[in-house]
Design a protein around this ligand. Structure first.
Ligand code: ATP
Ligand code: MG
Ligand code: MG
Length: 563
């Protein structure tokens, strides 16, 4: 709600901006192409492509969102990521007004750096990372003493904490920055720093590095540069150059607001409105790149698109469609309160949408053969969308002498509260009729290997059994079905070092290699979804081939009775 207030209060500013942007309102989605996008990025897209405009009441035809690759760290970035991110944005259905790259502004950013040097607002510094850090430690200490003992931060006091290169002449700085650009310094030997406000209690005002040397080609613009601008230097300037009205980022960037505006002031550039919102955290998932990478490289999961991961490619493979993810992002909304969203909320949205959309099919994950002693062929007419009375599609299942039940629906001995097949018990076979078990065959371990029984074709006995079982005919297709549950044994990993010991590699993926699914799935393609009645929602996996389909369980039915 506060988010809403903050944004609405800016209406005056919005009007100012409206003249620059000719009545359009401009936001941006600025991922760095240094990894695969995850569900948190879906939330950011939802915000930047839709929810921010909804909040502000911007009409559809006045909305513009720039999709910007924030590509300032070439060593971490790649074409692979650039393309994968594009595919994710398209898949979610967002239509950027235009696509830009921070790297395409490098010439202008360089010119601005020269301007800053000329204004005495930037200097070439030879301090090492450790030396810069040591100065910052002194500064932190000095600022602490302002509060505790009333220390006054005069230039003389601050001198102890500043870079020894801070006060060199403009001419020297121009010369050495040019040397940096020409590759005459080694990596780490020199950097360009902004001359900011050491007297500010905000560490982001303590002369952050604007340019560093990297002898690394850039995935988008090649090997033109050996100096690269930092995120802090680049982000605000590119926001300004693109006339972004609302620069929306996650809360941890709040402390960077001051330096964001400071730099734009120095350059006398247009100033976007900056807003922060809470980043998405979700139970049982990790979104940290480092952790995701480890799961992938150690082979703990099937790849970046493993159905247990929170990557958009993983969620897609798991059967969470763009519609589901966008609805989920809308439902959780955008707030400034940091919280962890229960993954069950995503599951609930999925059940709602898939419940409406998905065709029904019958499947048994762990089949047990059943034999009808008084067999006579029966054509069962099965509705494809029983949830939707306006749809009349059906398919036909032939119940012949043999059919299959799921092992969880079969017992060698009947017990109270069991509604499946057991000797002398009657059950209803969905869409077919009443089956009475006469005997079962068991193996040495007591496992049922076959169920025998009779069909009460006309229900002459007037039976009304409690259990209704899903079944598949003898013509059912053999499939592989992968059933997923949480990747971790605890909902939140917390700050543990040994997070890998919390991975549930044994139970998070259960594979049924001999599952049988009724023939209605024969012509399905990857990403098609089904409800397997009484079990859950399933999606056709990319590992499927002409002979054999592979299904991933998206979510179980809320009241799943099997498996
Ligand atoms: P990561 O730590 O995953 O690298 P990031 O913030 O560096 O996160 P970017 O690629 O820079 O990732 O993110 C692009 C946009 O998505 C940014 O505006 C960022 O704030 C937003 N974003 C990233 N992660 C989340 C999240 N978990 N929830 C909401 N927004 C996020
Ligand atoms: Mg990132
Ligand atoms: Mg980032």
């Amino acid at each position: 709600a506060r988010m809403l207030d903050v944004m609405k209060n800016s209406d005056k500013k919005l009007q100012e901006h409206a003249t620059v942007n000719q009545g359009y309102v401009v936001t941006r989605f600025p991922p760095e192409p240094n990894g695969y996008l995850h569900v948190g990025h879906a939330k950011s897209m939802s915000m930047n492509f839709s929810q921010a405009f909804d909040t502000l009441g911007v009409p559809m035809d006045k909305r513009r969102t720039i999709f910007r690759y924030d590509d300032t760290n070439p060593e971490a970035e790649s074409q692979e990521y650039i393309q994968a991110i594009r595919a994710n944005v398209d898949w979610l259905g967002w239509k950027p007004w235009k696509t830009t790259y921070s790297s395409e502004y490098f010439d202008q950013l360089y010119d601005f750096a020269i301007q800053l040097i000329k204004k005495g607002r930037a200097y070439v510094c030879y301090q090492s990372k450790a030396e810069i850090e040591a100065c910052r430690t002194i500064l932190r200490d000095l600022h602490g003493r302002v509060a505790s003992e009333g220390l006054v931060l005069t230039p003389k006091v601050l001198a102890a904490a500043e870079s020894p290169y801070r006060n060199r002449s403009v001419a020297e700085n121009l010369l050495h920055f040019e040397k940096m650009r020409r590759g005459e310094y080694a990596e780490g030997e020199a950097s360009l720093r902004l001359k900011m406000q050491l007297e500010s209690p905000n560490p982001n005002m303590w002369d952050f590095v604007a340019y560093r040397i990297k002898f690394v080609p850039h995935p988008h613009i090649g090997d033109k540069w050996c100096i690269y601008p930092t995120y802090d230097y680049t982000h605000c300037i590119v926001d300004a150059l693109e006339h972004i009205d609302y620069s929306i980022c996650t809360l941890e960037f709040e402390t960077r607001r001051e330096s964001y505006y400071w730099l734009l002031d120095q350059l006398d550039l247009y100033k976007p409105m900056v807003y922060e919102f809470a980043r998405l955290n979700m139970t049982y998932t990790v979104m940290s790149k480092r952790k995701l990478l480890k799961l992938v490289t150690k082979g703990i999961v099937r790849g970046w698109d493993d159905p247990r991961l929170s990557t958009l490619n993983g969620l897609k493979r798991r059967g969470f469609s763009a519609r589901i993810l966008n609805a989920f992002c809308k439902e959780i909304g955008v707030t400034r309160t940091q919280s962890t969203i229960e993954i069950e909320r995503l599951y609930a949205v999925a059940r709602n949408i898939l419940g409406d959309e998905s065709p029904r099919a019958m499947a048994v994950l762990d089949p047990v053969k059943c034999v009808i002693e008084n067999a006579q062929p029966l054509e069962c007419i099965v509705p494809v969308y029983p949830q939707d009375k306006s749809r009349t599609e059906t398919h036909t299942l032939n119940l012949t002498k043999e059919f299959y039940l799921d092992r969880t629906d079969v017992r060698a001995e009947d017990v109270a509260d069991f509604f499946g097949a057991a000797p002398q018990k009657s059950v209803r076979l969905k869409y077919a009729g009443i089956f009475t078990c006469t005997s079962v065959v068991t193996d040495a371990k007591g496992q049922v290997t076959q169920v025998n029984g009779t069909m009460d074709w006309k229900n002459e006995k007037g039976l009304n059994p409690k259990g209704t079982l899903t079944w598949v005919p003898s013509t059912a297709k053999q499939c592989e079905v992968r059933v997923y549950s949480h990747l971790f044994t605890v909902p939140e990993l917390g700050a543990v070092d040994d997070w890998e010991s919390l991975i549930d590699s044994k139970n998070s993926e259960k594979v049924y290699t001999n599952a049988l699914v009724d023939d209605s799935i024969s012509s399905s393609k990857p990403l098609d979804t089904f409800q397997f009645e009484r079990i859950g929602y399933f999606v056709v996996d990319q590992d499927s081939n002409a002979q054999r389909k592979v299904f991933n369980q998206t979510v179980a039915l809320k009241d799943a009775t099997t498996p």
